[in-house]
Design a protein around this ligand. Sequence first.
Ligand code: FAD
Ligand code: NAI
Length: 475
Amino acid sequence: MKDNYDLVVIGGGPGGYVAAIRAAQLGMSVACIEKRIYKGTPALGGTCLNVGCIPSKALLDSSHRYEATKHDLAEHGISTGDVAIDIETMIGRKEAIVKQLTGGIAGLFQGNGIDWLQGWGTLVDGKGSDKKVKFTAEDAAESTITAKNVILASGSIPIDIPVAKTDHDRIVDSTGALDFNEVPKRLGVIGAGVIGLELGSVWRRLGSEVVVYEALPSFLAAADKDIAKEAAKMFKKQGLDIRVDTKVIKAEIDGDEVVVTSENKGESSEQRFDKLIVCVGRRAYSEKLLGEDSGIQLTERGLIDVNDQCKTNLDGVYAIGDLVRGPMLAHKASEEGIMAVERIHGEKAQVNYDTIINVIYTHPEIAWVGMTEQEATEAGFEVKTGSFSLAANGRALAQSEGEGSIKVVADVKTDRLLGMHAIAAGAGDIVHQGMIAMEFVSSIEDLQLMTFAHPTISEAVHEAALSADGRPIHA
Ligand code: FAD
Ligand code: NAI
């Protein structure tokens, strides 16, 4: 550890660690302060690598393989005998992947000459040209380091609700739901958002009876309405019992069970579960992040106030990722980290917030980029749309993935692509085509004129673009 750095980053998640690496590439001296201890070991990688994106996808993959092996092979003429899952092995595989990736970040830090300071970081004073950061090591030893620039990247934590306080055993948050040591027979989930759908799917595939309570009257309110409607039907068919317009008013532990009382249209009902996951959103995490005299301005909602380039009110102090406005997504955090560092370096870096992709990693995946039909209409565009069902896509049928569709949203006046929405196997990858097209201000005609390889699921993008002008070939 040195006394003075060009850049100190507080938080080593996908926002902070990526910022630190980019800064080192640009020749800055860099320290990254990260306090996380994951299962007894100090760990970089933040929420995403330790208890978020990566472990959830590892479990989604294992549970999908289990379900597909158990139920989907017979139609191919493949017989397997009894199919069983060993939860300890599944969780062990997840841990090995987490360890490999977080260890990989530590290796990248070493390779780039970045000092990882294991403990808490607090911006004590960000006003002058030499910013003061307090570093509190694990053994509580305190030291002050100065930095020309500081990036705040302390991320987010799950929102707790008073009616269902987590006890980290029966009532858990997303972190607890990644570590069940057996399949709960009856699983309750509060919140039909991204985590509820992904982790609800994991345990349903492994045999849980899953009930998902959603307070809002509509399902997947942020998604395009057509896609959300199709998704609701598919989840129902899969056996996820999603109850919209239903508020949980009480959750109590009774012996080995959790008793959930919920209310729908004024009527209350009670249901018993073995486990309950509370996933009703996350909130910015800024405990111990700012000293009393840091000089940092907050928004009315308590977030760190930043402009489009993630600059705070203080020169040389930036804030990125889940800690600031915008979607709480790893790729958004990382790109903000790169932008902040390149700005510090005097470059004109930007993040295009209009083309941040959302993916829900259920099966099939749900993904989108840009505006929904409803948002485009509200924004005053004269909108045209085109949709194509995967039931008419040869590749999708050949691989038993014929459920789902792809939809494009465009501006009638300019023909410009405004959004792409997909519910399909591999939707998360497919909508990258929409992102690239939007970045290059492509028109629907551009998508119509390109030659898509046959047979691919991407052909449905081509057909959706043709449908926008009423001339699909296979519909
Ligand atoms: P974080 O990853 O939260 O990292 C912040 C780090 O700062 C933490 O490690 C914390 O320990 C540390 N810290 C905080 N305060 C201090 C301090 N004062 N001093 C030192 N260190 C500090 N996003 C996706 O894009 N795709 C996904 O598939 C996806 N799946 C998810 C699944 C789950 C179950 C969850 C919970 C989240 C998921 N996310 C996903 C969201 C994603 O994890 C976050 O958007 C992302 O991690 C935010 O990155 P960040 O760097 O801003 O913060
Ligand atoms: P979310 O915001 O996606 O969903 C929360 C849901 O809970 C909403 O539908 C909301 O209406 C509902 N809700 C809120 N209070 C409620 C209550 N009292 N009773 C019933 N329902 C209630 O939040 P979630 O799922 O917790 O995820 C947090 C964040 O993590 C996401 O916003 C996302 O940014 C990130 N994430 C991203 C993933 C991805 O990119 N694939 C995967 C998992 C998380």
